[in-house]
Unconditional design. Structure first.
Length: 109
């Protein structure tokens, strides 16, 4: 079957129309993908801002809690040290009472 110039032109025109249609579909898909990417970017940015605010709030709360924990730790250390000193003094006193037991009993007779 001999091909004429008209049939070749028609075939090329059909190919160009398909290419143009495909290019239009690709442009629409690209625009849709860009819109989705932009929405995702905004969502991620909002989430990062929320995380930043949450972190700042936690730091503020920790800064408020830190002096209290320091005070409690300090008071606790003082109490423990005081109890230890009282224990040592009590031990010394009890040892003295046991050592001088006969003298002390003699005072009360």
């Amino acid at each position: 079957m001999p091909e004429t110039i008209a049939s070749q032109v028609a075939a090329l025109t059909a190919i160009l129309q398909r290419m143009e249609q495909r290019a239009d579909e690709d442009r629409k898909a690209l625009a849709h993908d860009r819109a989705n990417a932009e929405m995702t970017r905004y969502a991620v940015s909002a989430a990062l801002v929320d995380i930043g605010h949450s972190q700042a709030a936690m730091v503020r709360r920790l800064n408020k809690i830190e002096p209290i924990t320091d005070l409690v730790t300090s008071v606790r250390s003082k109490v423990v040290g005081g109890v230890m000193v009282l224990g040592v003094l009590g031990g010394i006193a009890w040892g003295g009472v046991l050592f001088f037991k006969e003298v002390i009993v003699g005072w009360f007779q």
